[in-house]
Design a protein around this ligand. Sequence first.
Ligand code: ADP
Ligand code: MG
Length: 279
Amino acid sequence: MSLRVEKVSKDFSTQHKSTHALEEVELQVEKGEFVCLLGPSGCGKSTLLNIIAGLDRATEGEVHLNGREITGPGPDRVVMFQESALFPWLRVIDNVEFGMKLAGIPKVERRKKALEYLKMVRLTQFKNSFIHELSGGMKQRVALARALALDSEILLMDEPFAALDSQTKRILQNELQRIWAETHKTIIFVTHSVEEAVLLGDRIVVMAANPGRVKAEFRLDLQRPRNLEDAQLRAIIAEIMKDLKEEVEKVAQEEYDLDWSTGKDHVLSAGDPTVGVRL
Ligand code: ADP
Ligand code: MG
């Protein structure tokens, strides 16, 4: 498996404005890598992920998977979003089986697989529950089981834990690391949190905004599960923050109303690695 993003640019134009969302983005991902795309809000992370997913087309440039150009969605890629997009009228197990059913996998086999992946996300005892009976974290675990059960080559994740409370998020980050180690899946994970990126990624691709482009890359060769208290990890966070700080400030400045923006006092502190303010 190998994914090549080659000089991908993307423009959006609406009646009101045109946006140069991506500028000649280059990215290569090899089998089994866990790559985090990190960048401020609006820098084109979702746009890039959608193009890789085949849900959107590049204005210029190409994406190749195993030497073939991506022109639409395919069974080799599965996407997981911030909102789990589960079917509320189906039970947990039927949600996990849904994609496999569409793919024509026979009943017995898909039930077996669904149970296997529900076990992996530790939700076996909720297999017959309805979606509304689950917490936000449990819903994302069902979505993860459903994505994994499709057994695609690449798992594309767009801020899948961003809406969860911090404890639940930490649990799911640990689960995902364990699952990644068990399954050797190739994962491209979008996040705006430096902490999340360094906890999860083998490689972190830092993006710059306006236009969205690759600004820096970091490789992390640290044991898992990783601990944010770890001195090495803190040093990497500080290093990445140097690159990100400028971008965050730029985006924040551009988003302010001009009459309100009077100076740097309003810009968020770069010392805070969670960068809770509209990063
Ligand atoms: P991110 O995921 O990093 O927050 P996005 O990829 O969602 O950023 O957006 C990148 C830029 O492209 C933003 O300026 C956004 O407003 C713009 N954009 C994204 N999708 C569309 C669209 N469908 N139509 C017009 N503009 C869009
Ligand atoms: Mg996004």
